[in-house]
Design a protein. Sequence first.
Length: 227
Amino acid sequence: MLEELGLTPLWHRRTLQHVTDSAMEAIHQADVTNNRHARVMQMDWTQLKVSVADCAACPLHQTRTHSVFGAGDENADWLWVGESPGVEEDANGAPFVGQVGKLLDNMLAAISLKRDSNVYITNIVKCHPPANHNPENAEALQCHPYLARQIELIQPRLIIALGNFASQSFLNTDATVASLRGKLHQFSGIPLIVTYHPSYLLQTQADKTKAWEDLCFAKATMQRLLQ
């Protein structure tokens, strides 16, 4: 009778099912992400290192030689964070090696520090992006639980963000190092200072003076934090 009067419902089950499936998939992916983050945040150092070594959460695992977890004093006051491993880091499985690593060592020595002694060094992204492209936001998102757990385990007094990508990732901004340096920022309650990445300084000698100013600022900040 309703059909004869033209009063039957005007909805399409197939389209509604398609929308529902899409929504359910989004919910499922959110659950997977949240569950993975929760699992990572319960890991100890050994479990965390194994998880990073075996990680296949983003396409970078298909082209890496080694993941690069990080290195240094696991109870350090100083945490230095770059963007992602370069070619030499990918080959060695260690952060900041080669000429970039030597310059970082010199930067540390300039303020009476050295790697492995009250210093921990890592990257936002743990695998080398092919062709040295800047890491994608999606890649950084997959690595975020690892870095968050490293920070939780280390409990650093001060974070030094090296370069644009690390600074922007920590501070959720698109501002440049030039506009962020010289100020004391905060990340999850931890003081954070921005400076130039050693790879940038190798190419832009003129900004080494500014980097020295940042190092002096960082040293003075740490002295205040330790009082």
